[in-house]
Design a protein around this ligand. Sequence first.
Ligand SMILES: *Cc1c(COP(=O)(O)O)cnc(C)c1O
Length: 503
Amino acid sequence: MSEPLIFELSREGKRGYTFPECDVPESPLASLIGTRHLRREPAALPELAEIDVIRHFTRISRLNFCVDTHFYPLGSCTMKYNPKVNEKIAALVGFSQLHPLQPPQTVQGMLRLLFELEHLLCEITGMDAFTLQPAAGAHGELVGMMIARAYFARAGEPGRNIVLIPDSGHGTNPSSAALYGFEVQGLASDASGRVDVKQLGAALTPRVAALMLTNPNTLGLFEKDISSIAGLLHDNGSLFYCDGANLNALVGLAKPGDMGIDILHTNMHKTFSTPHGGGGPGAGPVGVKKKLAPFLPVPRVRRDDARGTYFFDGVGAGDSVGRVHAFYGNAGVLLKAYAYIRALGAEGLRQVALDAVLNANYLKELVSACFDIPYNSGPCMHEFVLSAARQKEHGVSALDIAKALIDRGFHPPTVYFPLIVKEALMIEPTETETKETLDTFARVLCEIAQAAEHSPGTLTNVTPHTTPVSRLDEVSAARKPVLTWCAESGREEKDSASGRQRR
Ligand SMILES: *Cc1c(COP(=O)(O)O)cnc(C)c1O
């Protein structure tokens, strides 16, 4: 990883391959191509030996920091190992070569699978019906807001335009609500890091459409008052939206639907076998209770029970919010989720949640002497949030610690989120890591904490040393990423190519 990344390898006159002289007459058809379409000058391609091309791309491919190479405790993202067999299943030609416009009678297997996945998700979450269309968690949130708006319009209450969101909420929550025209009102957390029920009660007016709550929340805490929260909302005629991205902590153990949730989004690309991050395809199915089912996007897959066949239903029907994705969603991601759920079964899924919570608590105990843990009144769920406030007194920030971890072979945790923790380091080990990995990570993290006190100069603004570029302009890297390189744009541009923290 430490060698400098040189992009401009081209040397004039070098050749990787030379074509033989053309020994057949030029086709008369060539004259049919207008001269303006014919190339007049050779293409400006890099000139170099074939082996150097191979080495260049292989070297770049190995710079990728991923779950398959390193521990990746990025809080809230559930970066767990996903069994490769699920990729193989999704790649079977019987699935991957389907065309979305094939007549339904020729794609019965795929329809059955989508139908069964919807019902498995209902079983797992306690919701009554799901749409599989949304492409991500944030997309699911938007669809949830569309459903809430449609529901209140139907109920003759279009004036309900406020969505309440706790200050520990994921950034996508207020964005999704605001994007769909709701007024966002924040709720401060109580001293334990949970929803302040009294404050919620005071905020409930006839204008409140919904509360958007993450459970377990982004501090890794279960919202213990969830039943009374649901009661308060329903007494006020409001809906209860749950951000279910943290389902990994509950799967197989507890059902959001039993907690009074009306609308729930889930992240297949966190909980059910697709890695999260990197901008790849995802799926954020949205589940609802019965009274909201008519508002779900269309088309929906249904079964003709008499014939035992599957079909698409309700194109543009009734109260539906309509289509929210081309065709039926990201089918490959849905397939992997289906394969994962079927392979693990109810017992296996339960074990996922138990081990995810056990690993997080084990790791929290190991590092608790080295860092402050602000909201720590008991065991956590699947993740926990450290504060580097103590280290910051010596000039070493959460960012410095994150960067120092890269040099030591670990992906950094999520930093500076949730916003209510100073110098936050949000750590989610997931169920797939071994005790040995957790032990090593804890030892390294505590060594960095010690270095922060005794030799802060080795950490402040200098790490990482082992990557092609060290400190990035993180804002430009996120807002104006340069993801390709071309000869004309020169060498500098490649430097800002990445560095985005995803949650
Ligand atoms: C990941 C996450 C989201 C957003 O999901 P995307 O698929 O990245 O859009 C929302 N809320 C929480 C709590 C999350 O962890």
